[in-house]
Design a protein around this ligand. Sequence first.
Ligand code: C2E
Ligand code: CA
Ligand code: CA
Length: 396
Amino acid sequence: MAKDKKIPLDEITKALMQGNFVFYYQPIISLLSGKVCGAEALIRWLHPDGSVIPASLFIPLAEETGFITEITQTMLPKFMADVTAIHRSYPSLTFAFNVSARDLVTTGFADDIIRVIQEHQIDPRKLRVEITETQILIPNVEIQKAILALDKFGVQIDIDDFGSGYSSIALIRDLPVSALKIDQGFVSRIFKSERNAQIVRHTINLAHQLEISSIGEGVETQEVFDFLLCFGCDYAQGYYFSMPLPLSNFLEFLSQEHRWTTPPVGFIHLALQDHIDWRRDFVRETLSLITLQDEKLKQTAYERIPNLDPQKCLLGKWYDGAGQEYRGKATFDQIGIEHRKLHQTANHLEESVRAGASKKEKIVQLIWSLNRHSDKLLVLLQEFHTDIALKYKKLA
Ligand code: C2E
Ligand code: CA
Ligand code: CA
């Protein structure tokens, strides 16, 4: 079929009835492990003339007319059957499927998905629903209800094409989102416009601070992959790794056990930033506690003090989690020691503040002591970051 031909709806309907739609699977790569950690299901029309028609040529019309809900209803069991088949050999992989706003406003849609998942006995945490940002811009109670029900069941909710709409921030405030999929338009233009690059960087940061994942899609070159890696993006997807593949080819791809080199340069840099943020917040709240008179305001300041447990601040979570692969390396171990000392000082400081204003001198002394630990920690983190970056570029 000619690529530019406008496909009428009755042909799409016929194709669905004749079972000519299948899913292709595009691998998603974890930038933590460098390995495939799942895939996105993308619908394809296998035309009887032998051509494979991509989603972009018929999904927009199906969405416009509402026929998309028929497609989703018919294709969901096929998706679950594919996932079941893949999980037989690769049970840890996570699979994403796209739903449209039309699906989400259909009464009973979430219940239908949940039922199909249960019938196939798939772990819901291994499934992700992708919802395009522009489609859920309009606040809609039905959409919200469906998303909450899916989240409660354990399915992860990803915002697709993040950045392409206008109320992205409100969306992540109001909905239980697991990941931001950065719009391809931004990712592919990283090196064409500095503003674009900044938006990608800050979206990764935003996701990180909200403790949700970031996924860069439309990665076509080593340079873009490198950029995402250096800025701490969690996952990536695109032609650079693989095209969307028919099920059998996807299984073959998995069996080849591809592994990309993904040194954690970006994650270390984020840890460094996390510490700077933590110190700013801690010092700000501590100083305002010393000066505030109003008990209510004091209480709010206490509540805003960042986490004093070295295992619960963002740096600590990285250190005890992904960072642990470096345990035993001198700089890394030293980071752990300095980090604990810093938290000890912070705890003393907080106790002194709680004890009252009579100890102002002690408080100032402790703030300087906190600073010294913080400076040491920053130097160590920078050293660690540079070391990993140099090794990555084979310069060390
Ligand atoms: P999407 O969800 O943003 O999917 C990504 C699209 O980008 C896919 O096009 C994919 O083939 C393509 N792509 C992947 N990597 C690259 C890359 O490195 N460079 C470039 N230029 N493109 C890349 P596709 O499959 O034609 O799908 C288009 C859109 O149709 C999807 O955008 C999604 O919104 C929708 N869609 C696809 N499958 C389904 C489905 O089963 N249900 C629904 N409701 N929508 C679907
Ligand atoms: Ca998608
Ligand atoms: Ca997308």
